[in-house]
Design a protein around this ligand. Structure first.
Ligand code: CTP
Ligand code: MG
Length: 557
């Protein structure tokens, strides 16, 4: 039996359209498609990494017989699963049961002859399939069903939200439509694995690990692929090679600082991606940033990739978010909606600048959920208190300890609906004293008081592990003010009596659908003035008492 079948991760893969060549014997775990994950972060990472190493990416002719293609590949060993997708051509992601099969396939794969041009004979697991003779008539082939790697269009999304049954249903629908699919996640790990093949030429034993939204359960289809080169494993090997009284060390070159070492490593990897990396284009070496990186596009997958080095603290924060995202099903639904709302109103952007980021928004949602009564999420200090010796983790002097055992965390007794939480989120941050207080998911607030800001940045969100860093340092006063105003407008929209009612065909967009339309938000500004209901009057009063000028303004106390 195929050894990989014993490790089958989730039944959702079948539901998601991933073809599995053999069905496993015995029961199959359920739940990774639109449910929260059940594995630990590292189990998930290790499993997917190993799976990616048994996988190849094949650019295929557009008319191809799936059956014959699989038969051809099966000469090298059993195929465990495969799927097709389209991105300027047809691609197949094929996972073999054994790694040997990949080696066998690569052994018979040829370097192409290019006529007038010369080729760089770089052998990788990104292949090109050619037909020796014309394919059979299309009518004889069963059509290939490519899996979709892109989020639904705004129009499609609006329609889905419009026809949902309740605001709760709208938030769940949004999550289901935008979250990374099983195939997209596999593709992300595969791209890391392909980049790792290039990096190991320079740094044997290194690992390229994905982090950020690709792995923290908050990734949306189309999000960037953050990855870092982990040289730590190489170091770990070295410390294990102690025999008797002898300690063997590598001969190495020294440079004046860790930063210079990072820049040198990224320089050579950036160069090799540029010269030899199939499908890697638009390579930019951004070496003077606080966290130096190489940015490039991976054409065949369509991913925008950011490669850094030794970013173990960021990996730890991805693990923390993974845990928070797995604790309660409301967390991801709320985060996706807030991120989507922020994007719809250009509060976030793909271009770096003074905008708020998705990472900051996620921290704000976690902070807000920690402050519900009873809390929906525990603070990071609580997770630290529950940690045992195995969880202890210090990275570059930063204490990154927290429990990884979800069973130790009591489920929340809070039963608030998503609809209520969405509305309360906007009210909470529409009236938050950003001028005085910081957002810190680590500590329990003493006597109900929030933490004072340590500096004058308009928005202060403490990095959970590198506590001297403000993750929203880039956000300026006017962007914060826009956020506050939009939060207030959104609270107002959701407070209108009929905002909760599913629309009939004549009704305007409602609930979350209304919040995602900048035009609706504009018109509510006018409506608000005409509105007379008591509930709204009192809400407007509370908004007045914390006007954007007074609450979002930067005070230097
Ligand atoms: N990060 C950080 N401090 C920052 C920015 C980012 O520690 N000021 C870390 C976080 O772990 C974050 C990761 O780097 O998750 C990747 O950053 P980014 O790509 O900006 O955010 P994502 O969480 O990946 O969200 P997105 O979907 O917008 O890419
Ligand atoms: Mg990212």
């Amino acid at each position: 039996q195929c050894p990989a079948l014993r490790r089958l991760s989730c039944a959702g893969t079948v539901a998601a359209g991933l073809r599995r060549e053999e069905q496993p014997s015995g029961s199959v775990e359920t739940g990774c498609q639109d449910k929260t994950p059940t594995k630990t972060f590292y189990e998930e990472q290790d499993e997917r990494r190993e799976q990616a190493q048994r996988t190849v990416l094949v650019h295929c002719p557009s008319k191809i017989s799936e059956k014959e293609f699989l038969k051809h590949l099966s000469q090298h060993g059993p195929v465990h699963s495969h799927f097709f997708y389209e991105s300027f051509g047809l691609y197949a992601v094929v996972e073999f049961c054994q790694k040997d099969s990949v080696d066998s396939l690569l052994n018979v794969t040829q370097i192409p002859a290019m006529g007038m041009e010369a080729v760089i004979p770089f052998r990788s697991r990104f292949l090109n399939l050619k037909l020796k003779s014309p394919s059979r008539p299309v009518s004889e082939m069963s059509p290939i069903q490519p899996s979709n790697q892109l989020p639904p269009s705004n129009r499609k999304l609006s329609e889905l939200l419009y026809s949902a049954e309740s605001v709760d249903d709208q938030l769940s629908t949004l999550l289901k439509e935008l979250q990374l699919t099983e195939e997209n996640t596999r593709l992300r790990y595969l791209i890391c694995s392909l980049i790792e093949d290039i990096a190991t030429a320079y740094f044997p034993g290194c690992t390229i690990r994905p982090f950020g939204s690709s792995v923290n359960t908050f990734g949306k289809l189309g999000c960037d692929l953050d990855m870092f080169i982990d040289l730590h494993e190489t170091r770990k090997l070295r410390t294990h090679k102690r025999i008797g009284n002898f300690l063997m060390e590598f001969q190495v070159k020294n440079v004046p600082s860790e930063r210079i070492a990072t820049q040198k490593i990224l320089t050579v990897i950036g160069e090799s991606l540029d010269h030899f990396g199939p499908g890697c284009v638009g390579i930019q070496k951004i070496l003077n940033a606080r966290c130096p990186l190489v940015r490039f596009s991976h054409q065949a997958s369509g991913f925008q990739c950011d490669l850094t080095t030794n970013n173990r603290v960021a990996l730890k924060s991805s693990e923390l978010l993974y845990i928070y995202g797995s604790m309660d099903s409301r967390v991801r639904a709320l985060v996706f909606s807030i991120r989507c709302w922020a994007r719809a109103h250009s509060l976030t952007s793909n271009i770096p600048g003074s905008w708020i980021t998705n990472f900051s928004l996620t921290m704000m949602v976690i902070f807000f959920l920690q402050r519900r009564s009873p809390p929906i999420l525990p603070t990071l200090d609580t997770l630290k208190a529950l940690a045992d010796t195995e969880d202890k983790c210090i990275i570059e002097g930063n204490n990154c300890t927290f429990t990884r055992d979800l069973n130790k965390i009591k489920p929340s007794e809070n039963t608030e609906t998503l609809e209520l939480l969405l509305k309360e989120f906007f009210e909470y941050f529409g009236n938050f004293a950003f001028n005085k207080n910081s957002i810190n998911i680590r500590q329990v607030n003493v006597l109900g008081r929030e933490q004072n800001k340590p500096d004058s940045s308009p928005l202060h969100i403490e990095n959970p592990f590198e506590t001297s860093l403000n993750i929203s340092k880039n956000v300026n006063q006017s962007q914060l003010q826009r956020f506050v105003e939009l939060a207030r407008e959104s609270a107002w929209v959701l407070h209108q009596e009929d905002a909760y009612l599913p629309s009939s065909s004549s009704k305007p967009p409602w609930g979350l659908a209304a919040l995602l339309l900048p035009s609706v938000m504009q018109s509510t500004k006018k409506q608000k003035k005409r509105c007379g209901s008591e509930r709204i009057k009192s809400l407007l009063e509370s908004m007045k008492s914390g006007s954007p000028e007074s609450s979002a303004n930067t005070s230097r106390n």
